[in-house]
Write a protein that binds this ligand. Sequence first.
Ligand code: C5P
Length: 402
Amino acid sequence: MLKGKKIVLGVTGSIAAYKAAFLVRLLVKEGAEVKVVMTAAAKEFITPLTLSVLSKNPVLNEFADGETGWWNNHVELGLWADLFLIAPASANTIAKMANGICDNLLLAVYLSARCPVYIAPAMDLDMLKHGATADNLKRVVSFGNKIIAPTEGELASGLVGEGRMEEPEKIVVLLNETFGGDAVLRKKKVLVTAGPTYEKIDAVRFIANRSSGKMGFAIAEAFAEGGAEVTLITGPTSLSTHNNAIKKIEIESADEMYAACMKHFDDADITVMSAAVGDYKPEHIANGKMKKNAEDINLKLIRTKDIVAELGARKKKKQVLVGFALETDNEKENAKEKLGKKNLDFIVLNSLNDEGAGFGYDTNKITIIDKQNIIKEFTLKTKREVAKDIVNAVIEMINKNK
Ligand code: C5P
């Protein structure tokens, strides 16, 4: 899935420039954000207006805009992009890229870009075959750029041979395969819970726990990077998400988390419950702020609903449900009991006895136990890496059950 990916499309002077219009349309349809940079020669073949309307963004071709006095910052654009695609790429532009020549905005963006660069050459067959072009292509590949090979067929010159720019549909398929994450996760809906819950005592006080939300946010990011559409239901944290494929729903209490989970669970293919939901809440919430009158007060706490257990009970066969267990003693036995009771596909166990694991840390050490009682122990890793391990375990499970 290219949803949410930021793509700069570079268009150069080639008759295949008309294909850029189809390319922009397809990329936008995939949910990518597209900004087009053209060379002066490209404007002879297709108008900036066409590409601007299709990309829903102004098309850039000059370093400075004479009318508005605006400076098109090539460095910013190069850093903004998740991917720079140059299609069509003419022999001239490829030669300049091979030699670090920077006489237009497109080349300045190329030299400033830190993202992967894909080049789809388009030229007449003899130009492509020429030793100079062959050398230039080798050179740009040696810099780490990727070539989308031109295809054979009838060329604008009337000659027949290699040199046609790859078709936009095929380019989009290729980009999807490279950047769309794992095929198993593509277009899958994933529900992740994260963070603590706050259970109100009165207008200013609450009961909470030390969960930072870091593990749940990392899991949401890892699924989104893998190509899934993620709904992240989170208790109060100081964290933010970076991926447009994550829809964040903020809640405060266990009851609110319950309601949000019930609303979104049926739609989810995969659900990972990593939130530290409060198990108890005050039976009554005092109106206003409680006065400091008596020596002691009695606070009666009642159980909150076990959300994951309810989800487990209504889970359909195709849905994957993953729970967490944070244990201090008899860890594996307790985790296995929860796995069964809550009808989970697997449970992620983290022990408070492991140094660097659990609430607040940037690292975690997990053990995954599945329904078949297969136990996988992992080393202490960053929460990002742990999240990837959890995502991989889900993918493995889906593949096994296919
Ligand atoms: O039973 P325990 O609270 O240890 O189980 C932890 C798992 O249950 C976690 O996946 C947590 O997100 C989930 N949970 C829940 N609702 C609760 C308490 C925990 O969904 N009220």
